[in-house]
Write a protein of this length. Sequence first.
Length: 235
Amino acid sequence: MLELKNLTVRYGKHLAVDDVSLNVGQSEIVVVLGANGAGKSSTLKAVAGMVPASAGEVRMGGATLTGVAAHKLTAAGLALVPEGRGVVGQMTVEENLRLGATPTRARPAEEDTLAQVFEIFPKLAERRTQLVRTMSGGEQQMVAVGRAMMSKPDFLLLDEPSLGLAPIVVGDLFRALARVRETGVGLLIVEQNVKISLRHADRGYLLEAGRIIGSGTADELMTDNAVQNSFLGGA
Ligand code: ATP
């Protein structure tokens, strides 16, 4: 279980994440929905050790992660797919994927995990020698997810994976993420794309001005008044 307990992030006087508590189980997709500036990225960055938590705690498998450096978190089983993907354009698909297999926990299984990534993303197998900078946004996002999988994480954090992608590509991506879940990984995804993420998530939380204002199963949130009014235009 990945747990955020009363997590708070401040930038100077600005309270970006305000007392957020949530959890993600193994083989579960949990989505945090919020508008621009709601604090989604700040929440993920605090979990990933990229910004300091001003208060509260992050725990994984019962151990505290708060204050642990970002690279050590990957070694402990937590991988982040950042907004903008962070792939290396001048390297090939396979070279990018193998970059992810640096933690000690990931090395013995590198070939098996690569085969698993290629099974979930057949397009990456076809394009394994292609330079990543010549690929579409959706393909680059697949590389980013594949590379994170190569570190053999227990939990995967994704910052707005649908950003800038065509709807059909977003559908493919989320279906692939559902297959990643089947491998036992827990996924925490922050998204503005409410419809597609709730279609594939198990549970979700609503974030507004840094605070959790609602939570429930994906089905419950689909019909929730706050979700309807804030995100789905009252449809
Ligand atoms: P977006 O979808 O636009 O990225 P978000 O929900 O991810 O939004 P955050 O990026 O976490 O939101 O930002 C939350 C708030 O914190 C915003 O008001 C933002 O301006 C502010 N903020 C984010 N990063 C910093 C920073 N490094 N310094 C100061 N304020 C920041």
